[in-house]
Design a binder for this molecule. Structure first.
Ligand SMILES: [Zn+2]
Length: 290
């Protein structure tokens, strides 16, 4: 199944749901994540895609989970076209299971969540709130309530298999619309109390439409939009070259003396190699601009 995101409404409520199994497995492979890191990064990337689903043209959102636990910071970027990228500072860490589950909250620790919205026109806006549990979904829900005054319900799940690969990943975001009546909200609450976890729903074969049908069971659903979602980093050798130029003459000369430079993109682990001859040309270009 191609990863995808679906938008839907029922009278008074709207929901987005996403299946992100392949892109989270892609991230796990790129960063060589241990299970707890794969789960934390996967939940964060999925949440970021769901937040980005609200955006308009040329906008993007960055979520930064800054906890004091063993994972270190987790950062994800997504845009409204379904592109997401992300990394976790310490992918090679582990904790014992807690009640049979990956202890993501313990590995994230306490701290803050930061959400930055890039609108393209205005200055980016960053809001933040304290982490509630480090389990990501509760933290995002609390952030939306406290910082953006948006009551919502967020569910996220990543299932990691015996071979340490990602078997299922996805999530949902539900928001009450201004015209929501009590009957819609009480039906939703009933549904949320009885549906399986996100990772159970996806591993049993449900797609994002299937998840929406579970969330909005008993209501008249309008499906509005569906699009593919992918791990996609915007890094390129051109952008890395600009970083090298910004280092300045002394640093570049040092790299030339070392014989080469290797630059690794944090977000996707892509390695960019530059040999001494190439670096010498960059240095010449800096000198000519003076
Ligand atoms: Zn990259």
């Amino acid at each position: 199944m191609q990863d995808h995101l679906v938008k839907a409404t029922v009278p008074g409520l709207r929901a987005f749901a996403a299946v992100t199994t392949n892109l989270v497995e892609d991230a796990r492979e790129r960063h060589d994540c241990y299970p707890i890191a794969a789960a934390a990064l996967g939940r964060t990337m999925t949440a970021t895609l769901l937040l980005a689903a609200n955006l308009k043209n040329q906008e993007s959102v960055t979520v930064r989970i800054a906890g004091n636990g063993i994972l270190g910071e987790i950062i994800a970027d997504a845009d409204e076209n379904g592109n997401v990228r992300g990394y976790v500072k310490n992918p090679h860490v582990d904790l014992p299971l807690r009640e049979g589950k990956l202890d993501v909250g313990g590995a994230v620790g306490s701290g803050s969540i930061y959400v930055t919205r890039f609108t393209g026109l205005k200055h980016p806006f960053t809001g933040s709130s304290a982490l509630v549990s480090g389990e990501i979904a509760e933290d995002v829900t609390n952030y939306l309530l406290v910082s953006e005054q948006t009551p919502s319900s967020v569910g996220l799940g990543v299932l990691v298999g015996q071979k340490l690969n990602v078997l299922a990943s996805g999530g949902f975001f539900i928001q009450a619309l201004p015209d929501a009546d009590d009957s819609a909200i009480s039906q939703l609450e009933k549904n949320l109390a009885t549906i399986p976890s996100v990772s159970q729903m996806i591993s049993s074969g449900l797609d994002a439409e299937g998840i929406i049908k579970e969330i909005f069971a008993g209501m008249t659903i309008n499906f509005n939009d569906k699009y593919p979602v992918n791990f996609n980093c915007q890094c390129s050798s051109d952008k890395i070259e600009k970083v090298l130029i910004s280092l300045g003459e002394d640093e570049l000369t040092g790299l030339i003396n070392e014989g080469h430079a290797e630059v690794v993109c944090h977000f996707c682990s892509e390695k960019y190699q530059f040999d001494a001859e190439y670096l010498r040309q960059l240095l010449e270009r800096i000198k000519q601009k003076k």
